[in-house]
Design a protein around this ligand. Sequence first.
Ligand code: GLA
Length: 368
Amino acid sequence: THAYFSPGRVNLIGEHTDYNGGHVFPCAISLGTYALVAPRTDGVSRLYSMNLPEQGVVEFPMHGAVKTDAYGWANYPIGVVRMMEDAGHAAAHGFDILFYGNLPNGAGLSSSASIEVLMAVILNDELGLGIDMVELVKLAQKAENIFVGMNCGIMDQFAVGMGKKDCAILLDCNTLAYRYSKLDLKGCSIVITNTNKAHSLVTSAYNERRMQSEAALKALQKVKAIQSLGELTDAEFDENAAVIEDEVERRRARHAVYENRRTLEAVDALEKNDVKRFGALMNDSHVSLRDDYEVTGPELDTLAELAWQQEGVLGSRMTGGGFAGCTVSIVRDEAIPAFEKNVAEAYTAKIGYAPSFYVANIADGARR
Ligand code: GLA
């Protein structure tokens, strides 16, 4: 048997910009998904998750697998098998795979991208396919788009596959050009706070945001020769925004354009050791996601607002797709205990249940 690991990710800034052709700035974290893999001689695979024992062993054929409700969580790795096959990398035999994850599920830390990229790495390695990581990342995203039916961008799979210890990744989602930026937070840490809100209807709301952004792009294309919203400056957007007739679509597009600029500005600030400016841009990002993109909700807003009031917090915002899931905050190390205590108390009093905290370790991407 061989052991594999694939991380989750936290996005520091650049939210809902990936499918709008903008930039993102995520990093892989040390929480993630583990797998033990043993090859079989027949054409069947059997998967078991230690996190979901009630679902038992999921068995499926390595050729022509289709999405089935009964597969449950296993649709993510099975989707990867199918996308690999469709890309010409059919497996000659199956595997027995035991999964264990320590990422909170559905918390916006990419538990799905983590298991997808993990499966892609397993197949690549076990079958000796020699596919490079960026291609595996694209196949994993395809599994989520086509097989699972969530129309996500490339950020999560990219961060999970290409992550590097102590670095965030500045990725141009238009070209997939990327570079690593060493994270030196000057005595601060990245604190992830989970709303612990149950995830539901997130996929439909996400796909709807995507459609609204695309409609806004179509309107702008009548007056601007652009392929994506990520190509516009704030000023170019403001000058032309009136061609977007629908007020909601106009706000969606404004978020995408401004957030892309904020992301580039934030990376620049961080690389000039201006963590304070970086944090202020994170706060602006949250406000824009709340008011223009409308993907926050009372739980995420409460966490962000509470964080902004705490001593030693440089910035705080929702991270990931939104609606539920987590915030990400930059907190001075000595202020973390008081931060956790105060935020937990006030959040619980207002929302009715407690949040959870994780101090993030920035880790390497998926690997054997
Ligand atoms: C989800 C998607 C990503 C990205 C974020 C929002 O995590 O999977 O592709 O769009 O939401 O930034």
